[in-house]
Design a protein around this ligand. Structure first.
Ligand code: HGY
Ligand code: MN
Ligand code: MN
Length: 409
């Protein structure tokens, strides 16, 4: 078993959790100083694992372990976080990948390994997702360079400030030929493995999602003098919309919909809100159902606004279709689990992962690791050292199977 390697992985996750934009809690949005600091630390660990490192145009940190031949297997995940995050979402996948390469030092594989530590998966700063892996996979949409964060800083400016090159983000990705696949280790962020008392499982697919920014505009006014009748209260319109989001998602099997961010303007206790902005995160395993639900909510937002003599806006920030994992590569993960005597559990992923974006480039596969109570996007996020050791075992064996697949004896 990989007890020593698992101990190092846990220590490294713990150390990185101390690097944050916030005094209290873990928060590392794209391009911030704490991301720069984390990249510096992780690249040192990559070097000690025998890798060379580089940064691509958006600031993804990429470690490379040279092997024989022209082919490359990609491992990795993301180093950015949500606000008040846990220690393992994304970070665990990068640390396990480095640990598996670290165990190879000196050995020569019939292919190279790249460990991609993506600079932005959560989209905390710009409201989109997979910014890092979309550049790495060569599918970045440069329309997004105009996106602005809540301080009005454009993505283009943020990339420059972070030392990247916005002009090289469209074509700067890794070349597709010679890729053997992408395998990501990630916490499950759900209860299935814990309910079945299993340390790891394989992902069958990643569900589709829409990220929307909606706003309602009314008339700001004095809380004490404007009669209730005839108010154009943007925050009340928003509240009605938020409850409609919840009602619709509860009524639609397998749908999940979340309003996680809301901003009321001008935002004073004695002022009727003149404007309110909300985020919408809508997901479903089936693309067509998700699109139908999205259109329903857009129509409802318009109805609610009209009934309250308010205006409204609706901006789809990003959409991702449902992505099945690659059967063949996932089959190697299954074989690796079976060779460790592990029962095989197959799980659809409610959460998005960089593997969904990497699927445009190469065969994707994801190994889930049990997390306590399925809690994630929360400081209580927790994994055990024993389960991490199992995950390292499985990926070690997976790498061997990829080599055997390359060089059938
Ligand atoms: O939102 C997600 O599913 C992922 O955590 N970015
Ligand atoms: Mn996440
Ligand atoms: Mn994640």
């Amino acid at each position: 078993m990989n007890d020593a390697a698992a101990k190092t992985v846990m220590e490294r996750c713990e150390f990185l959790s101390s690097i944050s934009e916030d005094e209290e809690g873990i928060c590392r949005p794209y391009g911030c100083e704490s991301m720069r600091e984390v990249n510096g630390v992780v690249s040192g660990w990559m070097h000690s694992a025998g890798m060379t490192t580089k940064y691509d145009a958006i600031g993804n940190l990429i470690g490379r372990y040279e092997g024989e031949g022209e082919e490359t297997l990609i491992l990795g995940s993301h180093l950015d976080t949500v606000r008040d995050a846990g220690k393992y979402d994304g970070i665990l996948g990068v640390m396990v990948a480095i640990a598996c390469v670290e165990k190879l030092v000196g050995g020569r594989l019939p292919f190279s390994i790249e460990v991609a530590a993506f600079a932005d998966e959560e989209g905390l700063r710009f409201g989109t997702t997979y910014l890092g892996s979309s550049v790495y996979a060569g599918v970045f949409d440069d329309e997004r360079l105009k996106l602005e964060d809540r301080d009005g800083v454009s993505l283009a400016r943020a990339v420059r400030d972070f030392g990247g090159n916005p002009d090289a983000m469209v074509d700067g990705g890794i070349k597709a030929d010679g890729l053997l696949g992408y395998c990501e280790v990630h916490i499950e962020q759900g209860p299935v493995l814990e309910n079945r008392d299993l340390p790891v499982g394989v992902v069958t697919g990643i569900q589709s999602q829409s990220r929307v920014q909606a706003s309602f505009t009314g008339v700001a006014g004095h809380a004490g003098t404007v009669p209730m009748e005839g108010r154009k209260d943007a925050l009340c319109a928003t509240a009605e919309f938020i409850l409609e989001v919840e009602r619709m998602a509860k009524d639609e099997p397998d749908a999940v919909a979340t309003v996680g961010e809301m901003k009321a303007l001008p935002g004073a206790s004695n002022v009727i809100s003149g404007e309110a902005r909300v985020s919408l995160d809508l997901r479903h395993p089936d693309d067509e159902v998700r699109e139908r639900l999205r259109d329903h909510l857009e129509a409802r937002a318009a109805d609610i606004a009209a009934a309250r003599n308010c205006g409204h806006s609706w901006e789809v920030r990003q959409e991702n279709i449902a992505v099945p994992m690659d059967e063949r590569l996932t089959g190697l993960l299954v074989k690796a689990m079976e060779s460790s005597g592990l029962p095989v559990c197959r799980i659809p992923s409610g959460a998005g992962h960089d593997a969904a974006q990497m699927a445009v480039l190469t065969a994707p596969a994801v190994l889930f690791v049990r997390c306590e109570d399925g809690i994630s996007h929360n400081p209580a996020e927790s994994v055990t050292e024993g389960d991490v050791a199992v995950a390292i075992d499985v990926i070690d064996r997976f790498i061997e199977l990829v080599a055997e697949m390359r060089n059938p004896t």
